[in-house]
Design a binder for this molecule. Structure first.
Ligand code: C5J
Length: 222
């Protein structure tokens, strides 16, 4: 066991690399490319694309260090049986979940837009967790996977900071996982949510976890 320590807010984050997984949340075309779900909700997807270059570096370094890498995708079965009406009918998007869009049916599994972006393609050996909700633990096998691999800490990245990243970190926190959130590898469509969302993780002595820039994490990886 080799304990590493990353300079972070609110204090240094200690972790054992063999017990730590890198989690990439919902780096899907539907959220980060034009014509997807994110844009149908009126968002500027350019806000999220900023995370791609630093996340590519972190992914490469985590793979080289032998860390477990887990990708998630938010989406639904083609018959939408796992999409509650409350989610389907929420808001006034130009296209709803399941509607045909320029990248296929919006947020439906198997469609081009639902899949992960080419820049962060999973390796065949890496697990992709399909989730119907915002959190990565709800109605998925993530907890069982982490338990089977002896994982106790998560390095969390992806989009969006205040929605799926926050929900996942909160779920993880309640399940006893230590979470380090990489500030430049998580993104929001809203600048103010990014700022406040990041502060909320580490406030009150790290109520949900720790926050560090990817550079600080990369510096300590072997
Ligand atoms: C959203 C997500 N924002 N992946 N999903 O609807 O954060």
């Amino acid at each position: 066991m080799t304990m590493l320590s990353v300079e972070a807010e609110p204090y240094a984050f200690g972790f054992d690399i063999s017990k730590t997984a890198l989690v990439l949340i919902d780096m899907q075309r539907d959220f980060v490319e034009p014509g997807g779900f994110g844009e149908t909700l009126g968002n500027d997807v350019g806000m999220l694309r900023k995370v791609i270059p630093p996340l590519q570096e972190v992914l490469a370094a985590a793979r080289a260090a032998g860390m477990l890498v887990v990708h998630t995708r938010e989406g639904h079965e083609p018959d939408l049986s796992d999409c509650p009406p409350a989610k389907l009918n929420r808001g006034a998007p130009s296209l709803r979940i399941g509607d045909p869009g320029p990248k296929g049916r919006i947020l439906v599994r198997g469609e081009y837009g639902h899949d992960l972006i080419d820049e962060l393609k999973p390796l065949p050996t890496e697990t992709v967790i399909d989730k119907p909700g915002k959190g990565s633990f709800y109605a998925t096998g993530l907890q069982e996977l982490l338990e089977s691999r002896g994982i106790t800490s998560l390095v969390v990245t992806g989009v969006t900071t205040e929605v799926c990243v926050h929900t996942t970190v909160r779920e993880a926190n309640d399940r006893g996982y230590e979470c380090l959130i990489l500030s430049d590898c998580v993104g929001s469509y809203f600048e103010e949510f990014q700022t406040v969302g990041l502060s909320m993780f580490s406030a009150q002595g790290g109520i949900f976890g720790w926050v560090a820039a990817s550079k600080q994490f990369l510096e300590v990886l072997p």
